[in-house]
Design a protein. Structure first.
Length: 277
C-alpha cells in the first residue's frame, strides 16, 4: 500500500500540534520530515495511506495515543552518560547526603528515564557505596512518558550498543551487576529491587510529598519550549526535597528560567530552601 508523500500544510500542522498536546514536545514546522518518517511505519501497520486518516484515528481512538507517544519521543540514552556527572554523584553527592541524613533513605528520581540505563547507573553507584556503608539505604523512581521504553527498564534486560557501552566503560560494574540472559544481559536482582519504573508525564504533577533528594532531569528539557521547560521545572521543584540536587543534561541550562534552583556547578543545581512562589 502506497503512503502519500504530499501532505497538506493543515494536516502537517495538526500532527505537530498533537505531539505538543500529548507530550509537551515542541516541534517546529521544519521538524515535519522527522515526524513524517516516524509516523510512516505506523500508517503502514494500520494500513492507512493518508496522514489525514491517521489524525482521525488518533481522535477517535484514545488507545492510539500511547503508540503515537512511543513513536514521537526520542529515547536515546546510555549507562553513565556524561561521566563527570557520575564522578560528582559518587564522590560528592552520595557521601554528603549520607553524612547529613543518617538513618534516612536516599530518594532518587530519574525523571525522563527512557530505557532505564540512567536509573541502573544510579543503582550501581549506590550498591557500591552500600558495600562500604552498610547502613546506607536508597530507592530510585524511574519515570517516562513512553510505555515501550519503560518495558525495557522494568525487564532490566539489555543488548547491543547499550550493554556493550557499559562493558567497555565500566567492566568491573558490568561483571558484578549483569548476568548473561538469552540474547543479552540481565540486571542483577539487587539493582532491580531498588528501581521502580512508572509512567509519568513531566507536565503533570507527581503525586506524593516533596521527597526526592537527587533528581536527574537530563536531555529532555531541550524538547520543550521555554514555557514548557518552566512548567516541567516547577513540577520537579514541587516533587523535590528542600536543599535537594537537580542534574540536567549537557545542552540544557536553567539560566533565565528563574524556577527556584541555584546554580552549583555546570549541570548541577540546588533547590532553594524557601518555597518557590
Ligand atoms: C533523550 S531521552 C533522555 C534519557 C535520559 N534522561 C538520558 O539523559 O540519557 C528523553 C526521554 O524523555 C522522555 N520524554 C519526552 N517527553 C516527556 C514528557 N513530557 N514526560 C516524561 N518523559 C518525557 C522520552 O520518552 C525519552 O525517553
Amino acid at each position: 500500500m502506497d503512503i502519500e508523500n504530499e501532505i497538506d500544510a493543515g494536516t502537517q500542522r495538526a500532527l505537530l500540534d498533537k505531539v505538543h498536546r500529548h507530550t509537551g514536545i515542541h516541534m517546529a514546522d521544519r521538524k515535519w520530515t522527522l515526524l513524517q518518517g516516524r509516523l510512516r511505519r505506523r500508517l503502514q501497520a494500520l494500513e492507512l495511506c493518508r496522514y489525514r486518516d491517521y489524525l482521525a484515528v488518533l481522535d477517535a481512538h484514545p488507545e492510539e495515543v500511547g503508540a503515537f507517544i512511543n513513536l514521537v519521543t526520542t529515547n536515546e540514552t546510555s549507562f553513565f552518560r556524561t561521566p563527570r556527572i557520575w564522578e560528582h554523584f559518587q564522590q560528592h553527592l552520595l557521601p554528603e547526603w549520607f553524612r547529613l541524613h543518617r538513618g534516612a533513605t536516599l530518594q532518587l528520581w530519574s525523571a525522563a528515564a527512557s530505557t532505564g540505563e540512567e536509573a541502573y547507573s544510579m543503582a550501581m553507584v549506590c550498591e557500591e557505596f552500600r558495600e562500604h556503608h552498610p547502613a546506607f539505604k536508597y530507592q530510585i523512581l524511574a519515570t517516562d512518558i513512553a510505555s515501550h521504553v519503560l518495558a525495557t527498564g522494568k525487564a532490566g534486560h539489555y543488548q547491543g550498543k547499550s550493554i556493550e557501552g557499559l562493558k567497555r566503560a565500566k567492566p568491573d560494574l558490568f561483571d558484578r551487576y549483569f548476568q548473561p540472559s538469552g540474547d543479552g544481559y540481565l540486571a542483577s536482582p539487587s539493582l532491580r529491587a531498588h528501581v521502580l519504573f512508572r509512567e509519568h508525564h513531566l507536565h503533570k504533577r507527581l503525586d506524593g510529598a516533596s521527597r526526592f533528594d537527587i533528581t536527574m532531569l537530563r536531555n529532555v528539557l531541550i524538547y520543550f519550549d521555554e514555557e514548557g521547560q518552566r512548567h516541567v521545572l516547577e513540577n520537579a521543584h514541587r516533587a523535590m526535597a528542600p536543599g535537594s540536587v537537580l542534574i540536567i543534561g549537557e545542552s540544557e541550562s536553567l539560566t533565565r528560567l528563574n524556577v527556584g534552583f541555584d546554580f552549583e556547578q555546570p549541570l548541577v543545581y540546588r533547590r532553594q530552601e524557601r518555597a518557590h512562589a
